[in-house]
Design a protein around this ligand. Structure first.
Ligand SMILES: C[S@@+](CC[C@H](N)C(=O)[O-])C[C@H]1O[C@@H](n2cnc3c(N)ncnc32)[C@H](O)[C@@H]1O
Length: 277
């Protein structure tokens, strides 16, 4: 029996509507607007087989971005693979804050140096480079990562967006000798017994988990950043909405100045920053 887009949409109502529209768009090489506008479009056998395999993967909890291989972040399209965390919209706050600090910290001698520590897909570094090096030519962006596979994805994303990023393979700061004006980091910060982890099982646990309280990575990064920050440089870290007090304490114990925490669009405290004396 012939099946149209409209029939298929009605038969798969257990899948999120946006996800249904996006896999139809990807399968049929149409835009989402075209999918919505053409409910009478007939699906051929090949398309139906392809859609069935994607539905099975979505029902198994696999994120749509791993199926389509792409995710939007700050208006840019990023390649994603199961080697990298899927960039989250709340991380855009980290990028906005870094841009604000970068454009107010003028350097007369040379360009501002910014490090995205634990770059994953490269979303933060590429978004920063896209904004700062292309439009204002004020910064040099570096990005580090321990996972070789993730660095490969990040490099391709930078190339796709035609931005320049200096890549460093390092376990946090271990092999980084450069000093920076800004260090931005979205580290793993989920506690290993957090009930949300089951829903995140398709993403790399090294990108998510950080010990029993979720603070293991931050407990290395906050003290470790001193050696790689220029005097007056800033460290900005994303964290869980319930980790503000603990992360502010880490910054205070380490003698950072002007410590503050910024909230995401949902009003949750998500990014703590402090200045190197
Ligand atoms: C929460 S993900 C963030 C990825 C990306 N920056 C983003 O915001 O989408 C944390 C990243 O830190 C990396 N990472 C974990 N442990 C690391 C370590 N010891 N040294 C360097 N990077 C590490 C992970 O591979 C992962 O890419």
């Amino acid at each position: 029996m012939d099946m149209t887009i409209g029939d298929w949409m009605r038969q798969h109502k257990d899948i999120d509507r946006l996800d249904r529209e996006l896999i139809l768009a990807k399968t049929l090489a149409l835009t989402r607007a075209q999918i919505i506008a053409r409910p009478e479009h007939l699906l051929d056998d090949d398309s139906l087989r392809w859609l069935a395999s994607w539905v099975e993967r979505l029902r198994n909890g696999e994120p749509l971005a791993y199926l389509t291989g792409v995710k939007e972040f700050r208006g840019l399209t990023f390649e994603v693979t199961p080697d990298v965390l899927i960039p989250r919209p709340e991380t855009e706050l980290l990028v906005e804050l870094a841009i604000d600090l970068a454009i107010t910290r003028e350097r007369v001698d040379n360009k501002l140096r910014i490090l995205d520590l634990g770059t994953g897909s490269g979303a933060i570094a590429v978004a920063l480079a896209d904004f700062l090096t292309e439009t204002a030519a004020v910064a040099e962006v570096y990005a580090s990562e321990r996972s070789t596979a993730a660095l490969g994805v990040a490099r391709r994303n930078a190339a796709n967006h035609d931005v320049s990023v200096q890549w460093l393979e390092s376990d946090w700061f271990r092999d980084i000798t450069t000093q920076f004006d800004l260090i931005v980091c979205n580290p793993p910060y989920v506690a290993t017994n957090d009930s949300h982890l089951a829903a995140l099982r398709h993403e790399p646990s090294a990108a998510l988990c950080a010990g029993s309280d979720g603070l293991d990575a931050l407990a290395i990064i906050v003290p470790g950043a001193h050696a790689n920050l220029l005097p007056g440089g800033w460290l900005l870290v994303e964290h869980g909405y319930n980790q503000q007090t603990a992360v502010q304490s880490l910054f205070a114990e380490q003698g950072y100045e002007h410590i503050s925490t910024e909230r995401d669009l949902g009003g949750r405290p998500r990014v703590t920053l402090g200045r190197e004396p």
